[in-house]
Write a protein that binds this ligand. Structure first.
Ligand code: HBI
Ligand code: FE
Length: 293
């Protein structure tokens, strides 16, 4: 049951769980070429930027430049590694459907790919965001456990009316997370690693804050859905996410009842600060004001 007690029915052609066949053989040459362009662009810049687990996952799944991967092929290796599989969906699915898939180690990936004139930014997650961005990390057993726990936690958050808080946890980790390593900060968030401009901005730009992970603090911090983040949250290791899954969220949700949101660009006295950002990019109007990256 979703937050408002009503779950829309699946679109025509989709099954009750909103999955569809990937129909890999129907992708056109042009669609494969978009994948290749994006894949070449990202892999050319991610050495020294993406975390080891991501790069190892890319290799393990043999995601390569020949074109859009066939989920049937990826799933053989992915299931062997962590029991996860990728399932095709037409686009965004209702929250409760999304959580049910994650809770059963199924990652719903958009079946479509962006158009050549949308290379840099698109509203809805397409197959490149989902499969290149999210799936490699699912080869890491600890991260794989975290994603399943997120699915279970999402179902519970829906029942408790705390979805907004849990969505922030997902956003600042799975989508836009950074990790501290001996060699410096590295990317593990899918929204960053699948975007050339944000892979640069998230690590190099003086504009955003970069602060240490704290579960309750993250759950009180809003995020941007339309532009680069004004704050990035840094975990010490993937183990940090494992520890999150071991916590009982009920007392945290209780405390959140009376807690105000924290300003998106605010830095608190208790924060571990990696970068006290200038917020110059956001103040200048962000994507809308700047020339395309
Ligand atoms: N559906 N296909 C798809 N992919 C997502 O990332 C997704 C979704 N539905 C809901 C959702 N994400 C978020 O609202 C939840 O994380 C809260
Ligand atoms: Fe995503």
């Amino acid at each position: 049951m979703s937050a408002d007690g009503f779950t829309p029915s699946p679109p025509p052609g989709a099954r009750a769980d909103w999955t569809i066949d990937q129909s890999w053989e129907t992708y056109s040459r042009a669609e494969h070429d978009v994948w290749i362009t994006l894949y070449d662009r990202q892999t050319a810049m991610l050495q020294g930027r993406a975390c080891d687990a991501f790069l190892q996952g890319l290799d393990a799944l043999d995601l390569h430049r020949s074109g859009i991967p066939d989920f049937g092929r990826i799933n053989e290796e992915l299931q062997r590694l962590t029991g996860w599989s990728v399932v095709a969906v037409p686009g965004l699915v209702p929250d409760d459907v999304f959580f049910d898939h994650l809770a059963n180690r199924r990652f719903p990936a958009g079946q479509f790919i962006r158009k050549p004139d949308e290379l840099d930014y698109l509203q809805e997650p397409d197959i490149f965001h989902d499969v290149f961005g999210h799936v490699p990390m699912l080869t890491d057993p600890t991260f794989a456990d975290y994603m399943q726990a997120y699915g279970r936690g999402g179902q519970r958050a829906l029942d408790l009316g705390r979805l907004a808080n849990l969505a922030r946890l997902y956003w600042y980790t799975v989508e836009f997370g950074l990790m501290r390593t001996d060699a410096g900060l590295r990317i593990y968030g899918a929204g960053i690693v699948s975007s050339r401009a944000e892979s640069l901005f998230a690590l190099d730009d003086p504009s955003p804050n970069r602060i240490g992970f704290d579960l309750e603090r993250v759950m009180r911090t809003p995020y941007r859905i339309d532009d680069f983040q004004q704050a990035y949250v840094v975990i010490d290791s993937i183990q940090t996410l494992q520890e999150v899954t071991l916590q009982d969220f009920a007392p945290i949700y209780q405390r959140l009842e009376g807690a105000d949101d924290i300003g998106i660009a605010e830095i608190l006295p208790g924060d571990t600060v990696f970068t006290r950002g200038t917020q110059a990019y956001a103040r200048a109007g962000g994507r809308l004001a700047s020339t395309p990256g």
